[in-house]
Write a protein of this length. Sequence first.
Length: 345
Amino acid sequence: MKKIKALLLFSVLSLLSSCLPNTELSDRAVVEGIGIDYIDGKYSVCVQYFDPSSADDRDTLFLQESGDTLKDALAEISRRSSRVLYFGHNNIIVIGTNAAKQDIYGIMNFFNRDRQTNSDIALLLTERAENVIRLSDSEQPTSPLSVLRIIQRAEKSGDGCEYRLYRLLQGYYSENGAYCLPFGTVNGNHELSIDGAGIFRKNGYTGTVSREVTRGIGWINGKMSDYTFSDEDMLYTVSSCESKVQAFTVSQKPLFRISIRVFLKSPPVLLSAREKSDCERTFAENVQESAQYALEKVVHEKKCDIFSLTPHVKYELTDYWKTHETAWISDLPAEWEVTAICIIR
């Protein structure tokens, strides 16, 4: 296995040699996962890496070091391993909540500016990042690649949310300046689950929300494509969803009419017209309630616009924006009407 990995890595690195410093493969530590915590005023970084030159039977190794900055901690890991860290094959960046509170943008920007790091690399928020990285070394190993797949499935099912670095930075730089990261939990059996999301504004971390909220976020943002639910022992799966937002001014406040359409795959058992209609109506009501709950929790309670409502206010309600821009950005005084339609096809 080690020889196969080494040969594949050598081929890839050879192709990229024109873009990389002239470093031998044997002098590289190929990073597979990285966890970033902030403990006692320092960045604590845990790296799982693959050493293609090692004679050891173990494919992966771990190193953990601290530093005043993220760069300092990584430099110390490189010094201890006597290897140049290579991030081109990194699958996941796990960020502890304390590190996120300290400087989430600085962390994202550090890797965004690193020419080896893929712009669509996955980010995960958790209480202690090192615990997720070291799952590969537990009794039931979960590799960084497996963690990535868990995050990807969670986004489609609504348990998580957007996770790619470039999309998160787009949220940061957008007019609404808000974004969310999937939030992971490691239980006593060393199993990882995605249990909601961490919510951010430009001025920092505002806390986490539950799976129920991330599901509502998924409906409004049109991200749900693999959600499964049961109704009277019948199993249904969402194939896709789409949404539309329109902005109006009512009683000197922005009112958003949010229309959601959800498409369900036909179940294996033939439904009568009445059964189909009842299922569509019931599920549409659930989607509507879920979306309203997410809006209340995120917009009203956390004052975060991860639904991109701000551009609608700025460009559709121009008179309101001219006189209430500051109040809108700080308080998000929005009202909404949510409708949902479900179609089995």
